[in-house]
Design a protein around this ligand. Structure first.
Ligand code: DQA
Length: 153
């Protein structure tokens, strides 16, 4: 069965490309998802994309992914800094995940430096712009496979 990766984008990432372009760039989420699908086809894996502005919807999606996907790539948006519920959902389903941020959250407001997910993530990508998604998918294709070990070493 083809390796399957779930790509989750949280609140306001539907505005990517038009939202604060000096911080997030001009590529839209639609472009990101299209590129992710092309990349996935090249890597012979499947990528399912999901975006929601609602914390509970993201928790539901993570719960539904149990036993269905090999790994999760998540840009939790502002929920990064607030959501115990998303942390608990990711830990509850036991699916390895990569946390990604388009911007360098460490070079911005102090409160953006704290993440409820980073200490449990397999990897954290930030500040690469939307290229971070490409990097995350390549990493996931190589290292996030159920039954093939998840070690990146
Ligand atoms: O919505 C976002 C986007 C973000 O996750 C990023 O991709 O850089 C960074 C978060 O601090 C912010 O709330």
């Amino acid at each position: 069965m083809a390796q399957k990766i779930l790509l989750i984008n949280g609140p306001n990432l539907n505005l990517l490309g038009t939202r604060e372009p000096q911080i997030y760039g001009s590529t839209t989420l639609n472009d990101v998802v299209k590129q992710a699908k092309i990349q996935a086809a090249e890597l012979s894996i499947q990528v399912e994309a999901f975006q929601s502005n609602h914390e509970g919807a993201i928790v539901d999606k993570i719960q539904a992914a149990r036993g269905e996907v090999d790994g999760i790539i998540i840009n939790p948006g502002a929920f990064t800094h607030t959501s115990v519920a998303i942390r608990d959902a990711l830990l509850g389903v036991g699916i390895p995940f990569v946390e990604i941020h388009v911007s360098n959250v460490h070079a911005r407001e102090q409160w953006r430096r704290h993440s409820y997910l980073s200490d449990k993530a397999q990897a954290v990508i930030c500040g690469l712009g939307v290229f971070g998604y490409t990097a995350a998918i390549e990493f996931a294709a190589k290292h996030m496979k159920v039954n093939a070990g998840t070690s990146k070493l």
